[in-house]
Design a protein around this ligand. Structure first.
Ligand SMILES: [Zn+2]
Length: 454
């Protein structure tokens, strides 16, 4: 396949290369925030379908009347001047009548309003960088990303879409705490875990054949973050079959969340709990620093982003040919302007100096993208060989937080699928073979490369 791969890269049209990469087996997605993984159209469909959302109506703010405080917040922040904030019916009913007038049922939006809502929960315009993402996009989804019915639906939509593009393993950062029912009741973590299990047991989820595991995520800069780490460890230890590790996220230019703040609490947790995987966001920041090294010291074996690892030579050397990996997020790093020019991204340097790397989607719903977009970016921008491309998927599975027998099965299935792919597309008639592949593309591919197949 190596020779054919080089020929295809040289001669394929963009649409042909994209189609081939859509069909490529891709291993696992290890860095994926479930709340950020819902395509806007999926959220809209779930929010307006009472059979899928526990029988509720969701409302969104279409006007600002300054009719008094709504009491609707996002993590304690006043968001009364933000358009398209989405709330559930039980919260809407508690508003003063004059404040209710700001909101409309999602299902009653005009076509133009619906389009505005969809565009408000994805980064689709130049200049919408990290402030739009961190400070507004999540805020607008609001009760949807906290909804104990809607989020499991988004999980299964992801399983279906990822399965169709050859992703066989998902390790999602899934919300366990703070999730709530239509009446606003907050579910204990154990009850939310049971909700996920019930949805995963449904035939449509099972039919995807995708293996799913969860990571708990702690918001790193919160004043109570150490207590959250303790609470998360206890939860993970109680649900080891599905919940396999811990992550910490939250914007790193907020220096309240620096890694070494957590050294004591991770050591304390290690005294009590064996076998919890640790993957932590680090180096997703513009400034050079040693946060990747500090994060390895916390016990992490996987680093989310590792964008500024390139500024820390000693840690780069430490990670070469090591048991530590970097979870690369090419589209996220572009859209949030860490690598506005993708050619400045350190990914090829890590890959080609032997630092274990794999491609991931991060918050693909908000990028309006998929895993094929990540591979297309990597292959097109950095001219990946066949061996390099296949190694990405293999690395993702080698570093998955699953027991050895599950890992062996996933790796064997991956090698089998890669071999079948090589047979299918390795001949001189590869163009003919491509005709049977029907890629699904979203807004990112359309805007970035004018690629749209559906
Ligand atoms: Zn992330």
């Amino acid at each position: 396949m190596a020779g054919r791969w080089a020929e295809i890269r040289r001669t394929a049209s963009p649409a042909e290369l994209y189609t081939l990469l859509y069909a490529l087996p891709k291993g696992g997605d290890l860095h994926n925030h479930l709340g950020g993984a819902g395509l806007p159209e999926w959220w809209y469909a779930v929010a307006t379908d009472p059979k899928r959302n526990g029988g509720q109506t969701f409302y969104t703010r279409t006007r600002i009347l300054n009719a008094g405080p709504s009491g609707i917040d996002w993590r304690g922040r006043n968001i009364d001047t933000v358009y398209w904030v989405t709330i559930r019916e039980s919260a809407w009913k508690k508003l003063a009548p004059a404040v209710r007038e700001e909101f409309k049922p999602l299902g009653a939006l005009t076509p133009a309003e619906k389009q505005e809502w969809l565009d408000a929960v994805r980064l689709d315009r130049p200049g919408e960088g990290r402030d739009e993402f961190f400070e507004f996009t999540w805020v607008r989804l609001n009760h949807l990303v906290q909804d104990a019915h809607a989020v499991p639906e988004i999980l299964v939509e992801n399983m279906k879409a990822f399965a169709a593009e050859g992703v066989r393993y998902l390790e999602l950062q899934a919300p366990a705490f703070g999730m709530s029912d239509p009446d606003g009741r907050v579910l204990p973590g154990d009850e939310m875990a049971a909700r996920y299990e019930a949805r995963l047991a449904q035939p449509d989820a099972q039919a995807t054949g995708v293996t799913v595991r969860f990571l708990g995520n702690v918001l790193r800069f919160a004043p109570t973050a150490e207590a959250e780490v303790r609470r998360m460890y206890a939860f993970l230890a109680a649900h080891p079959a599905r919940w396999v590790g811990i992550n910490m996220g939250g914007r790193e230019d907020n220096d309240k969340g620096f890694p070494l703040r957590f050294l004591n609490v991770y050591r304390e947790m290690r005294r009590q709990h064996p076998g919890i995987g640790i993957s932590i966001h680090a180096g997703e920041v513009d400034e050079p620093n040693a946060h990747v090294r500090d994060t390895l010291l916390l016990g992490a074996t996987r680093i989310g982003h590792g964008y500024n690892l390139i500024t820390d030579p000693d840690t780069m050397l430490l990670m070469r040919h090591s048991r530590f990996m970097v979870e690369i997020n090419l589209i996220s790093n572009q859209l949030l302007e860490y690598a506005a020019d993708i050619q400045a991204h350190p990914f090829p340097e890590y890959l080609r100096t032997g630092i274990p790397v794999a491609l991931n989607t991060d918050d693909r719903g908000m990028w309006d993208s998929n895993m094929t977009d990540e591979y297309y970016t990597a292959v097109r921008e950095f001219g990946l060989t066949w061996a390099e491309t296949v190694q990405l998927g293999r690395t993702s599975l080698e570093f998955a937080f699953v027991p050895a027998d599950t890992k062996a099965r996933l790796l064997a299935e991956y090698e089998r699928d890669v071999a079948a792919f090589a047979v299918r597309f390795g001949g001189a008639d590869w163009r003919e073979a491509l005709k049977a592949v029907k890629p699904a593309t979203y807004g990112y591919a359309a805007r970035k490369w004018q690629l749209r197949f559906n």
